[in-house]
Ligand binder design. Sequence first.
Ligand SMILES: Nc1ncnc2c1ncn2[C@@H]1O[C@H](COP(=O)(O)OP(=O)(O)OP(=O)(O)O)[C@@H](O)[C@H]1O
Ligand SMILES: O=P(O)(O)OC[C@H]1O[C@](O)(CO)[C@@H](O)[C@@H]1O
Length: 336
Amino acid sequence: MSKRIAVITSGGDAPGMNACLRAIVLTAHRFHHTVIGFKHGYNGLINDEKIEFTISHVQHIIQVGGTILKSARCTEFTTPSGLDTAVDTLIANEIDCLIVIGGDGSLRGLEKISQVWQGQTIGIPGTIDNDLSGSDNTIGYQTAIDTALDSIDKIRDTADAFERIFLIEVMGRHAGFIALASAVASGAEQALFPESIEDPHLELESIVQHVESLRKLKGKSSFIMVIAEHLWPGGVNDLAETLTNQIGIECRPCILGHIQRGGAPVAYDRILATKLGAYAVECFEHGETRVMVGEINAKQVTTCLSETFNVQKQLDPYLVKVQQDLFDIVKTLDAP
Ligand SMILES: Nc1ncnc2c1ncn2[C@@H]1O[C@H](COP(=O)(O)OP(=O)(O)OP(=O)(O)O)[C@@H](O)[C@H]1O
Ligand SMILES: O=P(O)(O)OC[C@H]1O[C@](O)(CO)[C@@H](O)[C@@H]1O
């Protein structure tokens, strides 16, 4: 029987969201279902702003960054009346299933809807931050790493030429996935991320010591420190100034910012987005609800929605060890 699936892209856009929309529309077509896209995240549900997808809408978008549905954050939806209005829209449009592609906040919103609405609810992890449990990778994360890496490599060229110290801030909200991965892949001398630092101010001394010891060992050479956003009170500019004063050598800050959200999705994200979009529709067919689809160890899985944002996803402990322990030549010299 033909059914009606609603879809939104919500929160920070992520490369691969379009690939995911394409997969949802193509798979739904195969089952003779209609897909209604609501625009601008949860705002689209509140304002009943929508398009009925045809196959031609999703042609040739697999390679395009951003999201053709537009994305947004929506404060009104977090109020009881905003939630009610969104649910009224779902009912008025005779929607059987709502699929939300977004990060942890977006899936928290979906969980709220599922508490008061009878239809099926399915989340798809779409965020560059990779901070959702229930999937090894979120859609957009691998592209964001490559984008950050491309910039860090370029900064290394000029850092080498001037034998300078650079502090590079990457995104990740309150998780260190992009920071750790881009630091390892760029051969950064140091990485600071929330999972490895309890109180930044207490760590200042060890940060200073690390820079000074490495400079003593290697002589004047470039030094790259990758730092997760929101880590340092006052931000990376403040940390660069503090370090400059403490070490007596000029440290240059660089905030990579929204460049990390843009660009064509890498192959991995296109394929992950395609699989998860198709799988979400299959899960709808099988009657699943209040779940997020994901991929763990190359297998498609579903995880209870609330678990995806309540259980903190861990960084790869071996990668942390490699970055912070095995590759640290200061520690090698200190070792007995
Ligand atoms: N606790 C919540 N209850 C209801 N709705 C929420 C909640 N948290 C977030 N939302 C809704 O989801 C939207 C997106 O959430 P948020 O801004 O946290 O981004 P996100 O989905 O986590 O993506 P990203 O972290 O990649 O930017 C919010 O603007 C709001 O409308
Ligand atoms: O574009 P905005 O609303 O400033 O959001 C930035 C945030 O979004 C994210 O990019 C995730 O999409 C976070 O890494 C970052 O903290």
